[in-house]
Each structure stands twice: as C-alpha cells, then as structure tokens.
Write a protein of this length. Sequence first.
Length: 230
Amino acid sequence: MRFPIVRLLRQRKQRPSQSGVSRPLRVLAAWRRWLLRLFLAGMALSLLTVGALTVVILRYGSVDRARPAGVIIVLGGGKDGTTRRTLHAAALYAQGYAPYLLCSGATMGDEPISEAERCAQVAVAHGVPANAIVLDESSGSTEENAIQSAAILRARGWREAVLVSDETHLWRAHWLFGRKGVRVWTSPAQVTTGPQSRRETLRALFHEIAATGWYVGKSLLGLPYTRFGS
C-alpha cells in the first residue's frame, strides 16, 4: 500500500514547472471567457436598444398631433425632403393651423440656395403669402433648428408651434425642441405627401438612431452643438 503512494508523491514533485505555467494560462482563459461574455452582453443590449428606439420613432412619427398655434415650423431636409415637408406645411397653413411659416435650414452641400429659401419658394407656389414666411438660413442641424427657432419664437411672442418634418425625424426633433424650451405639436409630412419608400425609411431610421446616439454622447461629454445633419 505504501509504494503507490510514494510513486504518486514523486510524480507530483517532478511536475513543478507545469503547475507554474498552467495557473497563468487558466487566469488568461478565465479573462477571455469574461470578456467574451461582456462583449456578447453588450451586443445584446445594443440590439435591444436599437430595436426599442426604432419602435418608438416609428410609432411617434405615425401620429399627427397638429393643433392651432402661432407658427408652423418647417425643418429642412435636403432638396426632396424640404419640398415634401413644405407641401404639408402649406396644407396646414391653408387649413388655418397657424398664420405664419418658419422655414428653417442652411445651405447644404453644393445646393444653390438654402433649405429655408427652398421652403419659402415652394410655400409661395402653393398659396402661402410671402409676408407670412419667416426664414432661418443659419441652421445646419436639427439641434441648430431648435436653437434658432427658440430665439425667433421668443422675439415674436409665439408660445407654441406646429413642427413639420418626416415621420422618422419627428421623435428626435420633438425631443430637441423640448430641450430648448419650445413647445411644439408634431405633424408628419406623410399626411399630405404619402409614405416614403421602404429604402428611404430604413435610411432615415439609421440616420436617426446614429444622430440620437451622437447627441447623447456629446451631451455627456459636454461638447457644443454641431452640424451633424438634419
């Protein structure tokens, strides 16, 4: 009975170097497993966040909340987007929702005119008097739209506004305008112009999710407003 025990003890004494190497390897393997689990948990949380945000954006934008106010704010959105949004704003104006239009949007890219000027041209062509249109040609992002609109509303004594944009844009726009102290009633352009294509909607959703993440991130870092895009 002694000899097997002696042999076992001798074998364990002959493997000191192996045990010295295996412990760091075990620690490294444990760290790798922990990092993998952390990565997978982060991916799952990101997917859940994106999915939930997508639902919120689409549900919010599908409801027309327009009501009588002091002014209708039209947010620029490129050549086609600005035209589409202005057509709906002109329809709201014709229905008596507000006596003024505030066209907001700077000159973007290689466009010959600002989004605000394009909005004004389309609005006049569809029955809105030129003297009922106010221009903000300095805003290059939704946050800047909110900042400049807030100043204009205060200067003119307008307390509330109907906010017109595409349905995918309205949730973030409402959020940003609210943070600048502007009370708005959102109204999607699609009420007048019809739904966007699936490709346009997906592209817009991607932009909105990215822009929302950017705004949250820069706010946490205390960065100033930027021209991320409208």
